[in-house]
Design a binder for this molecule. Structure first.
Ligand code: HEM
Length: 455
């Protein structure tokens, strides 16, 4: 007997599509523009025609809440995460089911408030170290790319928190490999007809080499810790010491590598992009910049020292970061696949459909935001913050798979902004072209050439 869901039709398919590649080419050329124009033409839920895959774009807070939270049991991660798995293995971001649940339980305590408190001092110190390095650019007036500067800093911070050691000297290698792998992953996603990773194509060889370089660094750190035989109060030791409740077995080096690599990458790529966009947005919005500087000056002039307790007093700094992630959400879309047939918005969602939730669209929708294209940190003032729906604004995702590092990221970004803007403001290099590029994360395509000006 047919069920009610089986009778429904699939969400509408747009007319604009290539006879062979469907919407794949349009997605590759201008994913954000295409989704925007399709939503205009076809509404909040529509299908895309992509070779070998069923894809639905669902851009409504109710659909987001349903897929990510209320009916999350029927959804696993989408196709894009299969590709990420080649890089991250079975870490928290890419694993599923009971295995994921167990790993999340193990990792969660490392992100508790007590740990964040301990990490604050280190974050302040590393941010100050970066400010010291920026000073030479401020002195010479030379423009520099703030994206790799932020990447080096966030890598340094995440590696200290996870491994109790910095990888600053290796940060350039790590940063370059992560950028490459990010590009490779999205290229694979946009290439419907491709050979398996094991085929020695030039592309696959380049990808394997980048991965090997990154693996070597991570394995070196794991081996070193195992050899030391001393447990430290960081995530790596927590993972090394964790034992399966039934078998008493610890994690293999491969499992450790997967978790470490996941947190390494998830915790760096997102925050460094968010910070870079924030510097850019502040440079374009002098009133907001001045308001933030006034707050920073007022706090320090009244004798406040930057620590875990006082960072929460910098309300406007936090608002600036939240608004920046509204305008440029580092994770611009989230995808899931349904295990069983489902129904969304009255349409049939056939089993194994990639349901994509375009966070960036919801963050810019006129339905929910006044003047959505304007940068207005005031939207996130403490008295207004609770009125914002958790699935209208959700840079950290939602439901059980929500970002485990959200508090870490907010703390880190606040400390970095406060430390840098205490000393400098940043101006975009004249004539520099800024363009968002929706890879796995939303990056500035050409980097971000800026000048640091001493205050
Ligand atoms: C601005 C910074 C960040 C943003 C915007 C961000 C965003 C996100 C989003 C949207 C997800 C959910 C993905 C999904 O549902 O499929 C996620 C998951 C995750 N994030 Fe973050 N993230 C940030 C920083 C961090 C940091 C600093 C860490 C680690 C220190 C981290 C570790 C993770 C992990 C491990 C997951 C997977 C969680 C799970 O599935 O259990 N993230 N992040």
């Amino acid at each position: 007997m047919e069920t009610a869901t089986a009778k429904k039709t699939a969400p509408p398919f747009p007319k604009e599509r290539h006879w062979l590649f469907g919407n794949a080419t349009m997605l590759r050329n201008d994913a954000i523009g295409m989704v925007k124009s399709m939503i205009k033409g076809y509404g909040n839920i529509f299908s895309l025609s992509v070779p070998f895959n069923k894809v639905v774009i669902a851009s409504n807070p109710e659909y987001a809440r349903y897929v990510l939270q209320d009916n999350s049991k029927n959804y696993r991660k989408s196709l894009a995460y299969d590709l990420l798995r080649a890089l991250l293995g079975l870490g928290l971001l890419t694993s599923e089911g009971d295995f994921w649940k167990q790993q999340r339980k193990l990792a969660q305590p490392a992100f508790h408030k007590r740990k964040l408190d301990e990490w604050t001092e280190m974050m302040v110190e590393r941010s100050q170290h970066t400010a010291d390095r920026i000073r030479k650019y401020a002195d010479s007036g030379e423009a520099f790319d703030v994206l790799p500067t932020m990447t080096t800093l966030t890598l340094d911070i995440i590696s200290k928190a996870i491994f109790s050691t910095g990888v600053e000297e290796k940060a350039k290698v790590v940063g370059d490999q992560i950028t490459l792998l990010n590009e490779y992953t999205i290229r694979k996603l946009h290439t419907p007809f491709r050979l398996p990773d094991s085929f020695p194509t030039p592309f696959n060889i380049r990808q394997r080499k980048a991965l090997e370089k990154l693996d070597n660094i991570v394995y070196e750190i794991i081996d070193h810790r195992r050899a030391e035989g001393v447990s430290k109060d960081d995530l790596l030791s927590m993972l090394i010491d964790a034992k399966d409740e039934e078998t008493g077995e610890g994690m293999s080096n491969q499992q450790l590598r997967d978790e470490v690599m996941t947190i390494f990458i998830a915790g760096n790529e997102t925050s460094s992009n968010a910070l870079t966009w924030t510097l850019y947005l502040l440079s374009q919005n002098p009133d907001a910049e001045q308001k933030m500087l006034d707050e920073i000056d007022a706090k320090f002039n009244s004798g406040v020292e930057l620590n875990y307790k006082t960072v929460g007093e910098f309300h406007y700094v936090r608002q600036v970061i939240e608004e920046s992630m509204r305008v440029y959400p580092p994770v611009w879309t989230i995808g899931r696949r349904n295990l069983e047939d489902d129904e969304i918005g009255g349409y049939r969602i056939e089993k194994n459909t990639n349901v994509l939730i375009p966070i960036i669209y919801l963050h810019h929708s006129e339905r929910f935001w006044e003047e959505p294209e304007t940068f207005k940190p005031e939207r996130f003032a403490p008295e207004k913050r609770n009125n914002i729906d958790r699935f209208v604004y959700f840079p950290f995702g939602g439901g059980p798979r929500m970002c485990i590092g959200n508090n870490f990221a907010m703390l880190e970004m606040e400390i970095i902004l406060i430390t840098l803007y205490r000393e400098f403001i940043f101006k975009l290099k004249e004539g520099f072209k800024v363009e968002p590029e929706p890879l796995v994360t939303l990056r500035p395509k050409y980097g971000m050439m800026m000048k640091a000006v001493k205050r």
